[in-house]
Structure formats: structure tokens, C-alpha cells
Design a protein around this ligand. Structure first.
Ligand SMILES: [Zn+2]
Length: 200
């Protein structure tokens, strides 16, 4: 009975997480905590990561130096090969059939558009404000991968080379949902895997 209640509660939480995502602002994240949603439906499994830039490249200001820009580009390239981030058992016969990788930066345009209107004749003030804003800039890496699997029930665990790949990484908070119900995991580098046996 307790188990059933737990599943229902988790499911509500998951629904909330998904709808929150649509209006998510990147400055609401917690440094050291990456988020991962895993959704299983039929023979497809989808992974969606949202990870603070601090956990990936160690900074979240807008990259301007060649060195910082190179770090961002290298990180995006690393995400391009999902096996740097996670791996699925080979007997699950999962094939990647969709992928999106992006750096999501804080949307500051709305604020500044209004600000501009009021401050048309005072460019100096506007500039100060902008600098201040830049100091507390946030961004995050977004990566989504979809797979079609020949034997999805063989996914009894998912491994995360993510922690070894990115040395600044903290934990991953995983929300896992399938038609068996939903559950959550906290994964860290000392035991970089989740056990999904019986959950798919
Ligand atoms: Zn941040």
C-alpha cells in the first residue's frame, strides 16, 4: 500500500516538473545539481538533461575570451556523443534517432527592452546596470536524446560516464517515468548508475 502511495506522489511531482520545465528560467537552477528526465514509452526512451554551466565548464558568464569560447564548444561537442554522458546495455538494442544539444543562456532581453524605453537618454546608467547583471549571469547545458529500442526491457541499468567526463560535475537528480510508474534517483560520481530493473 505504501508503495502505491509513493508512486502516485512521485507521479504528481513528475507532472509538476514537466510543466515547470516549459517556463523554466535558467537562473533557478542549483549549482552542483544537474537535472535529468528519463521517459519510457513503448519501445522508445528519452533522456533530457538540464545542467548548470558551472557543473560543465566551471563558469556561467557569457564566454568572451578564446579560451572560454573553446571550453563551451568543446563541452557541446562532448554532449554530441551521448556515450560521453550515459550508456545503455548493448543487448537493449537501442538506436539513437533524435538529439538536441544547446547552451541555454539567461533571457535578459525582456528586462532590458523595458529598461531601454525608460532610459533612452541615459546610456551611461544603462551600461552600469548591464554590467551588474552580467556578474550574476547563469546558463545551462541542455541535451535531449531519443532512442528506439529493439529490446527495451533489457535496460536494467543506465551508467553515467558523465561524472568522469566533466570533472566539475556534481550530482544528477533523475526523474524516471514509464508506464510502470515513476521514481526518482540521486546519482553521484562514486556510484554512477541507476538501477531500472523492473521499472520498464
Ligand atoms: Zn547558475
Amino acid at each position: 500500500m505504501k508503495y502505491i502511495i509513493y508512486i502516485l506522489l512521485s507521479f504528481n511531482l513528475m507532472t509538476f516538473t514537466i510543466s515547470a520545465e516549459e517556463t523554466r528560467q535558467v537562473d533557478k537552477h542549483e549549482h552542483g545539481v544537474g537535472e535529468l528526465n528519463i521517459a519510457v514509452e513503448g519501445s522508445t526512451i528519452e533522456f533530457e538533461f538540464m545542467i548548470p554551466g558551472a557543473d560543465i565548464v566551471g563558469f556561467e558568464y557569457v564566454a568572451k575570451s578564446d579560451e572560454d569560447i573553446a571550453k563551451i564548444n568543446q563541452a557541446l561537442k562532448t554532449f554530441d556523443d551521448y556515450t560521453n554522458i550515459f550508456t545503455l546495455p548493448s543487448n537493449s538494442l537501442c538506436e539513437l534517432n533524435g538529439q538536441k544539444v544547446a547552451l541555454k543562456e539567461e533571457d535578459e532581453h525582456d528586462d532590458h527592452d523595458e529598461h531601454d524605453e525608460h532610459d533612452d537618454h541615459d546610456e551611461h546608467d544603462e551600461h552600469d546596470d548591464h554590467d551588474e547583471h552580467a556578474e550574476e549571469n547563469h546558463n545551462e547545458f541542455y541535451a535531449k536524446y531519443s532512442f528506439e529500442c529493439g529490446n527495451i526491457n533489457a535496460i536494467k541499468e543506465v551508467n553515467f560516464p558523465y561524472f568522469a567526463t566533466f570533472t566539475n560535475s556534481g550530482e544528477l537528480e533523475v526523474q524516471f517515468i514509464s508506464n510502470m510508474g515513476s521514481t526518482s534517483f540521486e546519482v553521484e560520481g562514486d556510484e554512477p548508475l541507476i538501477n531500472t530493473d523492473g521499472k520498464i
